[in-house]
Write a protein that binds this ligand. Structure first.
Ligand SMILES: [Zn+2]
Ligand SMILES: [Zn+2]
Length: 416
């Protein structure tokens, strides 16, 4: 029982910490206990550790710790890929070596593709680049129009020295602007965007399938052995416990307790029989499967909403600024709009020739909360009829032109 509890506790703790550390910053989790724990983990604990270190060693430890954490978080390194693929390879090797002779013919056919898929999709996510360069900048300008809400034309990237295409974001870790930027993923050591986001989705799906399949194999391999083991075990225990049975305990939820005890006994027996290589790996797979599955569900939600992870953060920020009364919306002049369509056809900087929807609004945030004041030639305000600004309180008043409906969004993501 002890070893089972320790393995389960260890795996659960590692899974929970991994989830909080990497996914706690998602805007959807910002106001939840997970977002709070994420801030504790990344802000409050390091701050207290630095304060303690300043008192104890004059800050020597924290400066080398800062260098290490900067390397781990803000530079490109393959450590997480090595850890993930190393753990997968070692677990699969141990598991298959022990169980191959017990597997059915169908499973022997299924194991190779299911096992190799996450490796292939990690490779594709890592090597396919969504980076915008001078060579492909013009073609990236054609993919999406500016919505004049999250993305405005003629914003120059100070590092890349070109105007940022709509939906792009400069990544300081990759050192380039990223097309339809989703997020920088340390799991695949690359940014995810137009060109490799689909492989990342496939990686999440194939990893979730591998883990669920691994857990189910462990269950199917161990179940008959556990049954045989328990048959002997229960008969011994029942005989021994007859003499000391306590009537008061037996009346309260006896059946439920017995069922839970039965499960724990079975798990405990499975760990004893299967050891680390079968039961341990199976349990690891079972407890970690919700991580890629949950993240995949979140990305399916984003696809449904027509957003990237980056944009979900921008929409959340905009909602917060709206609540503070700092967001103003104007309607774009239709004459200006038709001029824009013409200029897009001529291949101008405005972009988005391939996209079916166009924005009819302009949204700006003002620092003091007052109505916006623009110079006559300001691009952001272009097309807004003078004096038509009004304060915007709700996201519902704005349209997301990058949302074409779930199936079209899915197609857009999977084809590019
Ligand atoms: Zn850039
Ligand atoms: Zn990046």
């Amino acid at each position: 029982m002890g070893s089972l509890r320790n393995i389960a506790l260890f795996v659960l703790t590692v899974s929970a910490l991994t989830f909080i550390a990497f996914f706690g910053r998602l805007p959807a989790l910002r106001n939840t206990p997970i977002g709070f724990l994420h801030r504790v983990l990344w802000i409050h604990i390091p701050k207290s550790a630095r304060r303690l270190d300043a008192r104890l060693t004059g800050g020597r430890l924290s400066s080398s710790g800062a260098r290490l954490s900067h390397y781990l978080l803000y530079e490109k390194h393959p450590l997480v890929i090595i850890f993930f693929l190393g753990l997968t390879t070692a677990s699969a090797f141990l598991f298959i070596r022990e169980t191959w002779s017990l597997l059915s013919l169908t499973d022997r056919f299924l194991v190779p593709p299911i096992l190799t898929a996450p490796y292939a999709f990690t490779y594709l996510s890592n090597t396919r680049s969504p980076a915008i360069t001078f060579a492909n900048h013009a073609s990236h300008q054609l993919h999406y129009p500016y919505d004049y809400i999250l993305y405005h034309p003629n914003r120059i990237c100070r590092t890349c020295h070109f105007s940022k295409p709509a939906r792009s974001k400069h990544c300081s870790i990759c050192g380039t602007c990223i097309a339809r930027a989703d997020h920088h993923c340390i799991w695949v050591n690359n940014c995810l965007g137009r060109g490799n986001y689909k492989y990342f989705l496939a990686l999440l799906l194939s990893t979730a399938v591998l883990l669920a399949y691994g857990a189910s194999l462990a269950y199917r391999v161990l179940r008959p052995q556990v049954r045989d083991f328990q048959a002997g075990w229960y008969s011994r225990r029942t005989l021994a416990s007859y003499g000391s049975a306590d009537g008061a305990v037996a009346t309260f939820n006896h059946a439920a307790i017995q069922r839970i005890n039965g499960w724990l006994d079975a798990l405990s027996a499975a760990v004893m029989i299967g050891g680390l290589s079968v039961a341990g790996v199976g349990l690891l797979a079972l407890l970690t499967a919700p991580l890629p599955a949950g993240l995949l569900c979140y990305h399916i939600y984003l696809i449904w909403a027509g957003m990237t992870t980056n944009e979900s953060g921008k929409w959340a920020d905009l909602r917060d600024d709206m609540a503070d009364g700092m967001v103003w919306v104007g309607t774009r002049d239709s004459a200006e709009d038709s001029q824009e369509v013409e200029s897009i056809e001529e291949g101008s900087e405005d972009g988005g020739a391939e996209w079916p929807l166009r924005s009819t609004k302009v949204v700006v945030r003002t620092r003091d909360g007052g109505p916006p004041i623009f110079a006559v030639d300001d691009e952001t305000a272009s097309g807004v009829v003078n004096g038509s600004w009004r304060r915007c309180w709700r996201l519902g008043e704005l349209d997301n032109i990058y949302d074409l409906g779930f199936w079209d969004n899915l197609q857009e993501v999977l084809l590019h």
